[in-house]
Design a protein around this ligand. Structure first.
Ligand SMILES: [Zn+2]
Ligand SMILES: [Zn+2]
Length: 444
């Protein structure tokens, strides 16, 4: 919601019900699609409320105010039929069915587009390293096995909202050493942790009111915070962020996270993106197995299609201002307003080579893609193209409306060659911009 205006009108009619009209295909300069939203308090209650069987321990519990959005929607207007939830038709068997909830305007799932229940929705499944299903009878059993194996020092690959994570105990020196050995490029780099609740975080790190707000916001980013003295005494291994005085921390944001902590206990977990060097993290199960077979001891995967890959966002607060280090889940596809008016119907920017983010311009609004990574492999390059054109499609910008392409001045970056190709294809200009000059402009 960008603005609300209230107007009083005189009427003699009496209103008896509320209808939501079918979305019309139309377009403006903005997107009506929000970023992914962390599970809300009400859904969290459903998750743990035994008497509501359809949501009790159901990891995908969601409603009209929470759940996946950007990662699951493939076109606008934002409706279930244009999201990957289309694979899971709402159940319609009895009076508590999802269809009833969807149609009842007193229900908080009234016209919610990405919800489902244990009867009709996506499910988790355990696999061993050889892709064999580990037979289980219930989500409870899945969680028990996962918790037991993690608590005994194993590394799990867990598929979530926008991708897959490698998780293990953050207190265990041995498993961290093992993880660093397996993730060869991560010999010394710090890992982010997820902590079950704020009260536990208070023993580990120092945070301000602003940082607390960010940690608990619907965006649930990784916030980089100063370690507390003594935080390494048995609670966190020295191997989490060796030699550093700060650490990246986040709170749970999906049903599966809360359920895992319910079974594992009130301990912190390493929660690091499940990818190998220079490749984007897998979002399809096949790709996840392929990439992580040498890294994870077992896999906890679900059968919901992730349409857009989105890493966790990373930020720090400096002088009470948010500094985004990695802008991704919880922020994309929000726009950044330019501080001046421009009459450009559309433009694309392909970015440099390291830590790339693409961007789409519509009038004076810049829509950055999610964090892409280093364009050093075909897979990452394809990820950039896919994310860029996804935003262009969501904004319904036609090819003929693209007025120019912006790119880095470096002649041998893939992104520069790509900008040239696009410019030729559309018969428009491309503008190479010197890298550091672009940084300077970014500050103005
Ligand atoms: Zn909810
Ligand atoms: Zn259902």
């Amino acid at each position: 919601v960008e603005s609300i205006s209230v107007k009083k009108i005189e009427t003699v009619e009496e209103f008896k019900d509320l209808k939501i009209q079918k979305s019309e295909k139309g377009r403006g300069i903005s997107l009506t699609l929000p970023p992914d939203i962390a599970i809300c308090e009400e859904c969290l209650k459903d998750l743990r409320y035994k008497n509501k069987k359809k949501y009790y321990m159901y990891p995908f519990v969601a409603c009209a105010v929470c759940g996946p959005r950007y990662t699951t929607v493939n076109a606008l207007p934002y409706d279930r039929e244009r999201s990957t939830m289309i694979e899971f038709p709402l159940c319609n068997e009895d009076k508590t069915s999802c269809v009833k909830e969807y149609k009842d305007f007193n229900n908080r799932r009234f016209h919610a587009q990405t919800f489902a229940c244990a009867v009709c929705g996506p499910q988790y499944q355990l696999y061993d390293r050889s892709k064999n299903i580990i037979e289980t009878n219930s989500i409870k059993e899945i969680l028990e096995i996962t918790a037991r194996r993690i608590n005994s020092g194993e590394i799990a690959a867990v598929k979530g909202m926008g991708g897959v994570h490698l998780i293990c105990l953050a207190e265990d020196d041995k498993v961290l050493e093992e993880l660093r050995n397996r993730k060869k490029e991560r010999k010394y780099k710090p890992f982010a942790i997820m902590t079950p609740k704020l009260a536990i975080l208070e023993n580990l790190v120092i945070f301000s009111e602003k940082e607390r707000e960010l940690l608990t916001s619907f965006r649930r980013p990784i916030v980089i915070l100063g370690k507390k003295k003594g935080s390494n005494d048995g609670i966190l291994s020295n191997q989490v962020a060796p030699g550093l005085s700060s650490i990246g921390v986040m709170l749970p944001y999906a049903g599966i996270h809360y359920l895992l902590f319910d079974f594992i206990g009130q301990k912190s977990l390493i929660y690091t993106s499940g990818n190998v060097s220079n490749l984007p993290m897998g979002i399809r199960n096949e790709m996840i197995f392929e990439q992580l077979k040498g890294l994870a001891d077992f896999f906890l995967l679900h059968n919901r299609t992730i349409f857009q890959r989105c890493d966790d966002s990373v930020l720090r607060v400096h002088n009470d201002k948010v500094k985004l280090i990695r802008r991704s889940r919880g922020y994309v596809p929000e726009y950044l307003p330019l501080p001046f008016e421009v009459e450009i119907s559309g433009a694309l920017a392909t970015g440099p080579e390291l830590n790339v983010t693409g961007a789409v311009l519509r009038r004076n609004r810049v829509f950055p893609t999610q964090h892409i990574g280093h364009i050093k492999s075909l897979e990452t390059f394809n990820f950039l193209k896919n994310a860029l054109f996804n935003i262009k499609n969501l904004l319904q910008i036609e090819d003929k409306e693209i007025e120019f392409i912006a790119c880095d001045l470096h002649p041998s970056f893939y992104t520069t060659t790509y900008a040239k190709e696009l410019a030729e294809k559309y018969g428009i200009n491309y503008f190479p911009i010197q890298h550091h000059f672009a940084h300077v402009l970014g500050l103005m």
